[in-house]
Design a protein. Sequence first.
Length: 366
Amino acid sequence: MAEVILKNVYKTFGKATAVNDFSLHIEDGEFIVLVGPSGCGKSTTLRLIAGLEVISSGEMIIGDRLVNDIHPRDRDIAMVFQNYALYPQMTVYDNMSFSLKMRKVPKDKINRTIKKTADLLRIDQLLDRKPGQLSGGQRQRVALGRAIVRDPQVFLFDEPLSNLDAKLRIAMRAELVELHQRLKTTIIYVTHDQLEAMTMGSRIVVMKDGLIQQVDTPDTVYDHPVNKFVAGFIGSPSMNFINCTIARGDGDLVVKNRGLDLKIPDQFRKKAEKYLDVQVTLGIRPEHLTESTGLQNADPKSSFRASVRVIESAGSEKLVHIRNEEDSMVARLDPHVKLKVGDVIDFTARMESAHIFDINTGDTVF
């Protein structure tokens, strides 16, 4: 096990900068997830750590060694790829034992290591099969096993679940988290799937255009995004964004446009006053919009009227697409709420959970 430290790391390809001033301290035994849209630099960063790409500038430290100029095979890391990268002509046993044989590990130790790892991953009955005889989930476990038997200081995962179907991805997410809890080895995991990031990482690193946007625990990133990009990228369905102006109204501060006039909670008043009479972006997550009918103590200062455009019933919830005079939004509602397309009803916004973003910089005001 080892900590991993990146200091002011850059990677350029010609005039294009893929990784831009990337600095991160990953603690020993931590499960870190790099997440962001395609082209944000997350996979390039992982390849830099692995030594598969050469750093343009900066420092890379694994354990107590500066590894900038150390060959990938000597970095004491193991990487699990999206396509599994198994040798098709070899059995599961031979795939898992290959690296140990190359290191001249005694045969009896190889057998013990393979058996222990196969038992851990519940693939002990598959050791004589070849990859073509395995399901996607079984191949993923074999790829994991091949990495585990090397007993590396750091595991690197490059979108390992993206080729699996939705049901199997959920199961494998839980298995990977459980595996980390058992092995307690440092894991650096790359994904474009924000749900994977939220459910697996002890901390997540949100990236955009080669730059780190925010590093924190999943709950903190979700509840306290540092900017509009992070707020919109993390969460499904995405946060609703509405252009408004901060103004005074009946002794309160409000955000308003033609379809909204919502009171800003007192705890945010001081920050909001700096943007008085300035256009801003209001951000409200779908679960913070509630259908007002029957809601006890619904605050009229946090309510607005909208028409129901589309209803998506998902069993455990309803995603309701609504529109007022100016804006379209999505509300996540209880599945038993009685609505039909065309209804015009009142909705209440939980403004204590809302966010305001600077319309020019995208930075979070509150």
